[in-house]
Design a protein around this ligand. Structure first.
Ligand code: SF4
Length: 309
């Protein structure tokens, strides 16, 4: 029997145009999306689930294979139509390969586009030749914000031991780019220690003050982890996600870690604890937001913006 799944995360390729220092994906694997196999794996998951399902596309860099992105979205939408289901799509991308025609397609399918921007320093997310990607992404965002509604755009701010001390600076830089949705991605794999954890907790305190102040001035910022906490407080259960590899196989782990040896996986435990830390701080912040004036409007808008991958 296939268990009901509300979210399906699909890795489309191991290929990528960046070489972020912390990335666990082996770009030389040459894995590409097998669209028929992915659709064969997706169909029973969608049939078994509830009325609404989230499908998150990622990679590597999914836009390295736009044909697969557009095919999966079109085919899954047709299937959902036949099943009488509502599908919501999101895509995690570094944004650099997006063109106007892609953005128009993604907007027409109401895809939430989640763009990785960790911070402005050149060593945050680099090209193979060592150049930082922040300025190139900032330039690309002019087109992205012109073509997509802001509520469908999310910044994926990667937080790892090497940049935890710059969390506030990076968060402010992300907001300075125009994002009003931020997904704090606690990078798993690099060695988190007490010092880095403390730096993240202090930085989250600064982000908390910004969120409370922006909510009070009716120009709110939404953190995905806070949105999830609000959804849980409202009694909306978040079902676990199924992971599909580019080959269409189910994976017990997210794609970046699917190929790691068992010994390496053990080192991910510290990263998993940071996810719990973020979620605990987010639950507290959600409670604070709910106790403030304008809480109802905030919660309604948070729910409208939904949850991504
Ligand atoms: S983290 Fe994402 S953008 Fe960076 S190298 Fe890995 S797949 Fe590419």
């Amino acid at each position: 029997m296939i268990e009901p799944i509300a979210r399906v995360k699909i890795s489309l390729t191991s290929d990528c145009n960046l070489r972020c220092a912390y990335c666990a994906i082996d770009k030389e694997r040459g894995e590409r999306a097998d669209v028929p196999a992915l659709m064969a794996a997706l169909a029973p998951l969608l049939r078994a689930g509830g009325r609404v399902a989230l499908v998150g596309l990622y990679g590597g860099e999914p836009m390295a294979d736009y044909a697969a992105v557009s095919a999966i979205i079109a085919k899954a939408s047709r299937l959902a139509g036949r099943l009488g289901k509502e599908l919501r799509f999101s895509m995690a991308t570094n944004g650099l390969l997006l063109e106007r025609r892609h953005l128009r397609f993604l907007r027409s399918r109401e895809v939430e586009v989640c763009i990785s921007v960790d911070g402005p320093r050149r060593d945050e997310r680099a090209f193979a030749d060592g150049r930082g990607s922040f300025e190139a992404v900032a330039e690309k965002l002019k087109l992205v914000f012109a073509e997509m509604p802001g509520r469908k755009l999310t910044a994926l701010q990667g937080v790892h031991p090497g940049n935890a001390a710059r969390f506030e600076e990076n968060f402010r830089a992300v907001l300075g780019l125009g994002f009003t949705n931020v997904n704090l991605e606690m990078i798993q794999g690099p060695p988190w220690n007490e010092q880095a954890r403390g730096a993240f907790v202090r930085g989250f305190g600064a982000a908390r003050r910004i969120l409370l102040s922006r909510a009070a001035s009716a120009s709110p910022i939404f953190l995905h982890s806070v949105n999830r906490a609000l959804a849980a407080a409202a009694g909306t259960a978040i079902a676990p996600a199924a992971e599909l590899l580019p080959s269409g196989e189910r994976s017990p782990a997210p794609y970046p870690f699917a190929h790691l040896a068992a010994g390496s996986r053990a080192s991910l435990a510290a990263g998993a604890r940071m996810v719990e830390c973020r979620d605990r701080l987010s639950r507290r912040l959600a409670q604070e937001l709910l106790s403030r004036r304008g809480a109802r409007a905030y919660r309604v808008e948070a729910a409208r913006r939904g949850l991504s991958i």
